[in-house]
Write a protein that binds this ligand. Structure first.
Ligand SMILES: Cc1cc2nc3c(=O)[nH]c(=O)nc-3n(C[C@H](O)[C@H](O)[C@H](O)COP(=O)(O)OP(=O)(O)OC[C@H]3O[C@@H](n4cnc5c(N)ncnc54)[C@H](O)[C@@H]3O)c2cc1C
Length: 506
């Protein structure tokens, strides 16, 4: 196992995609197996040394940024153990890069849907943050695909979990046996979960609670994930994708609503006739519905100059197809687009993998270009990650736009409109604007909470957003979260500062 203490060796491990400043650490460990992870944690726990787990550091909330102590990087635990085509199942180490897993799975004619846009992240990081992204509209977040986990707890004990093997019901605690036979009992926090389709604010506590779900999305605070079992899907026969442009925002929003209703109708067999769009008897079932506002299109045209101008916004959608359904689906989408006044001539459609990749690149280019510009101009970026319930989404989007337009601060809005979850990126140019942006961020948080939403739908809380988790949860529920953490990490060494401050762990 490599260990490093020189600043130049540690430098890369002191920040993540949040650009959070001030990261520092005394020592970096690069273990190559679970035993080595256990040794490091046992020693750290005995000496009460804080430990930060580091994946690929693509996280945007400072979760992997250390403030003192040791760093464990999982980059050398990077083997794909098996991909079992017959049972649609894979076993991987946490340091496997998502792009590598996607390639390996595709080569077997299989499909792993979680797509958090940034494919350089590690599978361990995606499990620790319960990453989602565009395709969660149809398939849900990473959690849906995790069937087993091996972990090392902060005291160095190993824990193996299979989905279904330990379930807490009726608000009772979870009880787990470590590999060495010790029993851990942990009370589950009692907060109500917001009625949104994506939410990673705080520990997962849905009832009944499968113990494995406590660890998924726990942001490196409860244990170090050292092996992951995943379920896979057969690779869809084909995809039909489009990036479609709308001259008017009202038309775009009506199109999204219709596409969502038709897709939900397919999934839940809602009877046709509940609204006009459901009357259309078509098997629409979008896998993703992504939004770009006018400013986002402007931004993206730096990298994609072919982007049409003068549009109010665009939608990227994707739909699985088979040879038998393809024609009917093209017709159905085309019909929907025409009815909602999309500029079909200016829009792009494809059924080939190659062009679909280009569309993914178009979508990915946006957050990347924003981040590049921020770094280039030494600007700041303040990015929102809230989601609200369906019925409150149009009002929330209006609130975003009106407030931001009135502020005069540069911004773009884009993201997972299918899940009522958009990212507003505020791009202040001066200190004064940065101050006002932070103030606006606080107003957006308050509004999202008031509308029954969540402060973080997918990026997590990390260190940057802990004060907003406080606003959402209040002291009582943060204390309940701290109690859960103490059951696994009584000395509070792991992922210190993620989600809530160490003062709650005393
Ligand atoms: C351009 C861009 C676009 C993005 N788009 C999305 C998106 O659409 N959806 C989305 O969900 N995210 C998105 N992200 C955020 C990020 O990619 C995800 O959060 C990703 O899951 C982080 O993985 P990572 O390996 O980089 O983890 P890191 O950033 O290294 O770590 C994230 C957290 O997980 C913990 N952790 C990492 N590995 C382990 C482990 N093995 N055991 C225990 N804890 C661990 C860390 O301590 C930290 O708290 C985006 C990021 C960028 C830069």
């Amino acid at each position: 196992m490599q260990t490093k203490t020189q600043l130049e060796d540690l430098q890369n491990y002191l920040s993540d995609a949040s650009n959070m400043p001030g990261g520092h650490a005394e020592k970096l460990f690069v273990p190559e197996n679970q035993d080595e992870v256990a040794d490091i944690l046992r020693e750290a726990n005995e000496k009460r040394i804080p430990v930060t787990v580091s994946g690929a550091r693509t996280g945007t909330v400072g979760g992997a940024v250390p403030f003192g102590g040791w760093v464990i990087s999982l980059e050398k635990l990077n083997k794909i153990g098996s991909i079992d085509k017959a049972n649609l199942h894979a076993v991987v180490e946490p340091g496997v890069v998502l792009a590598d897993l996607q390639k390996a799975v595709e080569a077997e004619g299989l499909f792993y849907p979680p797509d958090p846009t940034e494919w350089s992240c590690q599978i361990g990081g995606t499990v620790a943050t319960n990453a989602s992204g565009a395709r969660s509209f149809k398939y849900g977040a990473t959690r849906e695909f995790v069937t087993g986990l091996k972990l090392v707890l902060p005291n160095g004990e190993k824990l193996s979990l299979q989905r279904g093997s330990s379930i807490a019901t009726d608000g009772g605690p979870i009880e787990l046996n470590t590999d060495s036979g010790n029993t851990i009992t942990a009370k589950i926090p009692t907060y109500e979960r917001p009625k949104v389709s994506k939410n990673v604010s705080g520990f997962y506590n849905a009832q009944p609670l499968d113990a494995i779900d406590c660890f998924i999305g726990s942001e490196g605070t409860l244990g170090v994930i050292t092996e992951i079992e995943l379920s896979l899907l057969p690779k869809p026969e084909g995809f039909f994708s489009g990036i479609v442009f709308f001259p008017k925002n009202e038309d775009l929003l009506a199109f999204v609503e219709a596409a969502k209703q038709l897709s939900f109708g397919t999934r839940t067999s809602v009877s046709a006739g509940e609204n006009a769009d459901r009357d259309v008897r078509v098997p629409l079932d979008a896998t993703l519905i992504e939004y770009f506002d006018e400013r986002a299109l402007d931004f993206i045209s730096e990298k994609f100059p072919e982007t049409p101008t003068g549009m109010a916004g665009a939608i990227f959608f994707e739909q699985e197809t088979t040879a038998a359904t393809e024609d009917k689906l093209f017709e159905a989408w085309n019909d929907l687009l025409e009815r909602h006044n999309a500029d079909i001539d200016a829009s792009w459609f494809t059924t080939t993998d190659q062009d679909r990749e280009k569309m993914r690149a178009f979508r990915h280019a946006l957050p990347v270009s924003v981040n590049e510009r921020v770094v280039r101009n030494k600007q700041k970026k303040i990015g929102t990650d809230m989601a609200v319930p369906d019925e409150n989404f149009p009002g929330f989007l209006r609130f975003y736009k009106e407030t931001l337009d009135a502020s005069g601060i540069d911004y773009v809005i884009f993201g997972h409109i299918g899940d009522c979850h958009l990212h507003a990126n505020l791009l202040p140019k001066t200190d004064e604007e940065a101050e006002r942006s932070r103030h606006l961020y606080g107003r957006f948080v308050a509004q999202a909470i008031m509308l029954g939403g969540t402060v973080s739908a997918e990026h997590g809380i990390g260190k940057l957003k802990s004060k907003y988790l406080y606003v959402m949860m209040g002291e009582r529920y943060l204390n309940e979260m701290a109690e859960l953490k103490k059951a696994f990490d009584p000395n509070g060494i792991l992922g210190r500062g993620n989600m809530f401050g160490p003062e709650l762990l005393k």
